[in-house]
Design a protein around this ligand. Structure first.
Ligand SMILES: C[S@@+](CC[C@H](N)C(=O)[O-])C[C@H]1O[C@@H](n2cnc3c(N)ncnc32)[C@H](O)[C@@H]1O
Length: 214
C-alpha cells in the first residue's frame, strides 16, 4: 500500500484507567492492535477466553494432522469465529499455526493420537455424548444439506490429498458430504469446515444478543 498498512485497533486508553481486572495494563498503556472484536479491546487473553467460555457453542471441530496440513490454522480461525466448543487435532501433535492468526490462543485445542481416541473422548468424557461426523465426499456419504444435524456434534475433516483416513472413517458415527456441481473432485478442507460450522450456526445459534456482524 502506498501509505503503509492501515492501523488496526486502538491507541493508549484515554483518561483515567478502568478499575477492572479484565483490562491489561500493558494494552491500556500502549494500545490494543490485536485482531479482536471491539467488546474485548484492552482485555487480557485470559479474560477473553473466560468470557467466550460462558457462551461457547455445542459443536466441536476436528482435523487429521498427518502432513502438517496448512488448512489447520484457518480451520482454527473459523472455529473461533463461529465459537466452537473445542478444536481437536488428530495425529501429529505439532501443527501449522500460520493461518490461525493467533486465534488458537482463544480456543481450547486438544490433541488425540488417533481418531478412535477422539471418538472415545467425545462419546464418554464430556457432559453427554457428542456424535462424531466425518465430513468428506466419500462413496456412501450422505448429504450434509438434508441431514438432521445433531446439536452436540463434532465435524472431522481430512487432509488435502488423502482426505479422511481409513481409521478416521471407521471411528466416525457417519460421513457426510457437501454437494458440489462442478468438475473439481473436492473443495479446500478449510472451506468445507467453514460450511459445516455455518450449517450448525444456521440450525442452532442464537442470532440475537451475542451475534455480531463486524
Ligand atoms: C481436498 S479434500 C481431499 C480428498 C477428497 N476426498 C478427494 O477425493 O479428492 C480434503 C478434505 O476437505 C473436505 N472436503 C473437501 N470437499 C468436500 C466435500 N465436497 N464434502 C465434504 N467434505 C469435503 C474433507 O474433509 C476432505 O477430507
Amino acid at each position: 500500500m502506498p501509505h503503509g498498512p492501515a492501523e488496526v485497533g486502538v491507541g493508549p486508553w484515554p483518561g483515567p484507567w478502568p478499575a477492572d481486572a479484565r483490562y491489561d495494563p500493558e494494552l491500556l498503556a500502549g494500545g490494543d492492535r490485536r485482531n479482536v472484536v471491539d467488546r474485548y479491546r484492552y482485555w487480557t487473553v485470559e479474560a477473553i477466553v473466560a468470557d467466550l467460555d460462558t457462551r461457547r457453542h455445542d459443536f466441536h471441530v476436528a482435523i487429521e494432522n498427518w502432513q502438517h496440513d496448512f488448512n489447520i490454522g484457518t480451520i482454527v480461525r473459523s472455529a473461533n469465529a463461529f465459537l466452537a466448543a473445542e478444536v481437536h487435532i488428530v495425529g501429529n501433535r505439532r501443527w501449522n499455526r500460520r493461518g490461525a492468526m493467533v486465534t488458537d490462543r482463544y480456543q481450547h485445542v486438544r490433541h488425540h493420537a488417533t481418531a478412535a481416541d477422539l471418538a472415545d473422548y467425545l462419546h464418554h468424557h464430556l457432559s453427554g455424548p457428542v456424535r462424531l461426523l466425518g465430513i468428506d465426499n466419500l462413496p456412501g456419504s450422505e448429504h450434509l444439506e438434508t441431514m438432521e444435524l445433531p446439536r452436540k456434534v463434532c465435524f472431522l475433516f481430512g487432509q488435502e490429498g488423502p482426505g479422511l483416513s481409513d481409521g478416521a472413517r471407521a471411528a466416525c458415527d457417519g460421513t457426510f458430504s457437501i454437494a458440489q456441481f462442478g468438475s473439481t473432485r473436492s473443495i479446500n478442507a478449510s472451506a468445507a469446515a467453514a460450511i459445516a460450522m455455518h450449517t450448525w450456526v444456521r440450525a442452532y445459534a442464537d442470532l440475537g444478543g451475542d451475534a455480531w456482524r463486524g
